[in-house]
Structures are given as structure tokens and as C-alpha cells.
Design a protein around this ligand. Structure first.
Ligand code: NAD
Length: 360
């Protein structure tokens, strides 16, 4: 059966980078027998323009019935003044929560050819390959009660609630152990158990789940230490699993160890491994429509889709090897070009990746 892939190009550079990735997936289909069908739908600002809603019901229906979803990016200055409830970002949050995408994977991989793009020394980051797993649908970003209230004396008070149920912790831990098992078999759970009761429970559940994975080494680290260690010796980590807010911060920190936003993929998975795959960067309105955007973050997101949802690990390996070869060959878009490099545009980078896939 052909894999049904929903393509949501979105706004800004979205159509350029998703179009590029569709070509790459098309080459895998034509040359290597990757059975897939594409569907296209509107989400984000373009959907507000067409339907007055950033996540129209028809898009949500297609997302539910697809095997996997690939998103470009949503948003841009044109929709900044739109009412908060229907903003492009709201559509994305709704898609994630409606489809139960609770497990966010953010790899931080440094391709050897780009080691000098990092702000850290080459030997600290060369060969870096870590995976940050962030719980995406719970914790302080969703906890109730929340709000800003005015106290009797007229002072205002803002408040949010940090909470995790045991079952929420257990499922993200299982995802963490399953992924660590497929990689270096080391899982570091990051919390703040010296201060927070929620973290105490987090740690306890991690230990309990860990008994089912004796082949994976489990360690614990406080979030303040983890942020220090990520900058000091990032290669000590294999897989990190953490809460929504800690993961939000640490995954950006880890991503920047690699130097370029145009290179960073991500995945958000549900309990059955179905997922939403998207580059970490936004819609880059400053370069939209100019054909210069780096498509590699989206192409690498498609590779995560092949690996984590569609069970096509061999094709994912082939695609990642093609990207590495292109970079080793010195081909660069403007965002990753050095002072002496001649930058290519989106189309040439895409053709280079397709050529580097090799023959069937
Ligand atoms: P951005 O990531 O879009 O851009 C930041 C900088 O990086 C810009 O200079 C941009 O040109 C550059 N850049 C980003 N991706 C690139 C690529 N593939 N190739 C080359 N250069 C690239 O962040 P921003 O400017 O803060 O946000 C722009 C819009 O995107 C906003 O409306 C924001 O809300 C939205 N956004 C969407 C998502 C998403 O869809 N998941 C994520 C972040 C931001």
C-alpha cells in the first residue's frame, strides 16, 4: 500500500522548501520504489486568506487520514494583526493537540562539513549527534488554572500550573527509551527534582519504566546543569528526554550548537508513531519568493518521516547520506555559505541532493 503523505506548504518560504522536498521524495519513489501518494492542503496564513481559519476542517480531516504530514512553516507579518484565536501559530498548536502529537523529536546533528558554522570550537562539536525528546502536549504550557488576576489590593498576579500525570510521564519515557534503544542506548532524563514535586514524580516514573529497558542506561540531570553540560561537552549525551518547557529551551540551545537554522529538522509523534514533520525554522518572510531558502531542514524532516513513521530506514539512510555528500562537495545555500563559497539557490541544492541519491 502506498504511504499517504499530506503536504502542508504553509506561508513564506514554505511552498519553496516543501516543493523541493516533494521532488526529493518523488525521486525516491521513481528510482527506489518508495510507494507514496501526495495530498496538498492549506494551513496557516494562506488558509486564513482562503477560508478565514488557519486550520480549516478539510485540512484537519486530511491530516487525520494521512499516514504522515510534512509541514513547511506558517505565519508572517501579513497575519500578525489577525485576532489571536485564529492566528497561523494557533492552527499549528491545534493540529498538534487534535492529533495527539505529544512526542517532539529534535535532533542536533553536526554534519562534519559544517563544523566551522558552530559558535563552539570544532573539537567540542565535530561529530555531534544528540536527540532531544520534548513532551509536547502537557506541562506548564497547558496546565490549569492559568491567568492574570487582580488581587483585592489592586496588584496584579500572573500564574500558570505545572502538572504531569503519571501516564503522561510514562508514555514520553517509553518513547525516550525506545528511541535510545535504536541509537546509543543512553537516556538522560532532565528535570528539577531538587525543587519541584512534579519532577520528583517524573524521576520516579522514569526509574520504573527503565526497569523494562535494562539494555538502556538511564541517568538523571537537573535542567540547570544540563544547559551547562550541553555547551561544555555536548557529545556526552545520546538521548535527552524532558518536559515541555525545559525541552523548549534545551532543544533550541542544542540546535544552535550546529550553527544553522536552515539545517534543523523536527518530528512530533503520536502514540502509534504517526507524525508531523517540519523544519525548526519559521517562514522566513525576509527571503520568501526569492528561490534562495535552504531546503535541507525540510528534506531532513522528510528523512525523519521515513525513519520514524513510515518504517523506511534504508531510504532515510540513503537520503541523509546524500545530504552529507552534497555538503562534503562544498555545495552551500547562502545561510550556510562561508566567505569563500559561491552560494546556490533552493533549486540547485535540491537537484544536488537528488543527484547524490545515487542509482537504484
Ligand atoms: P525564521 O526562522 O522564519 O527566520 C529567522 C532567520 O533565519 C531569517 O533571517 C530567515 O531568513 C532565516 N532562515 C530561516 N529559515 C531559513 C532557510 N530555510 N534558509 C535560509 N534562511 C533561513 O524566524 P522569524 O523571522 O522569527 O519568524 C518568521 C515567521 O515565521 C513569523 O511569522 C513566525 O511566527 C513564524 N514561525 C513559524 C514557525 C513554524 O511554522 N513552525 C516557527 C517559527 C516561526
Amino acid at each position: 500500500m502506498a504511504h499517504k503523505i499530506l503536504l502542508l506548504a504553509g506561508d513564506g518560504i514554505g511552498p519553496e522548501i516543501v516543493g523541493a522536498t516533494e521532488q526529493v521524495l518523488g525521486a525516491l519513489r521513481d528510482r527506489f520504489g518508495f510507494a507514496c501518494e501526495f495530498e496538498h492542503a492549506l494551513m496557516g496564513g494562506c488558509a486564513i486568506d482562503a477560508h478565514g481559519d488557519s486550520l480549516p476542517a478539510a485540512t484537519l480531516d486530511l491530516a487525520r487520514s494521512a499516514d504522515a504530514i510534512l509541514l513547511g512553516a506558517v505565519g508572517g507579518p501579513k497575519w500578525d494583526q489577525v485576532e489571536r484565536a485564529i492566528r497561523p501559530e494557533r492552527g499549528l498548536l491545534r493540529l498538534r493537540s487534535e492529533l495527539g502529537f505529544y512526542c517532539n523529536l529534535r535532533p542536533a546533528v553536526l554534519f562534519p562539513a559544517l563544523a566551522d558554522a558552530s559558535s563552539l570550537k570544532r573539537d567540542v562539536v565535530a561529530g555531534l549527534d544528540i536527540m532531544i525528546i520534548r513532551e509536547l502536549t502537557g506541562g506548564i504550557y497547558f496546565g490549569q488554572p492559568r491567568g492574570i488576576e487582580t488581587l483585592a489590593d489592586g496588584r496584579r498576579r500572573g500564574f500558570n500550573t505545572l502538572e504531569y500525570r503519571e501516564d503522561e510521564i510514562e508514555r514520553i519515557m517509553r518513547s525516550g527509551f525506545d528511541i535510545a534503544r535504536k541509537r546509543g542506548k543512553r537516556l538522560c532524563s532532565v528535570d528539577k527534582a531538587n525543587v519541584l514535586e512534579v519532577s520528583e514524580l517524573w524521576r520516579e516514573v522514569a526509574e520504573t519504566v527503565g526497569r523494562d529497558y535494562p539494555d538502556v542506561e538511564l541517568s538523571h540531570m537537573y535542567v540547570d546543569n544540563a544547559s551547562m553540560q550541553l555547551v561544555r561537552t555536548p557529545k556526552q549525551f545520546d538521548v535527552i528526554v524532558t518536559t515541555n518547557m525545559f525541552g523548549d529551551i534545551l532543544s533550541d540551545l542544542a540546535a544552535m550548537l550546529t550553527g544553522s537554522i536552515g539545517m534543523l529538522p523536527s518530528a512530533s509523534l503520536d502514540a502509534n508513531g504517526k507524525g508531523l514533520f517540519e523544519p525548526v525554522h519559521g517562514s522566513a518572510p525576509d527571503i520568501a519568493g526569492r528561490g534562495v531558502a535552504n531546503p535541507l531542514a525540510t528534506i531532513l524532516s522528510a528523512s525523519m518521516m521515513l525513519r520514524y513513521t513510515l518504517n523506511e530506514a534504508a531510504l532515510a539512510d540513503r537520503l541523509e547520506a546524500a545530504v552529507a555528500r552534497v555538503l562534503e562537495g562544498g555545495i552551500r545555500t547562502a545561510d550556510i555559505a562561508g566567505a569563500d563559497d559561491r552560494a546556490v539557490g533552493t533549486a540547485d541544492m535540491t537537484t544536488a541532493v537528488i543527484d547524490a541519491l545515487g542509482a537504484a
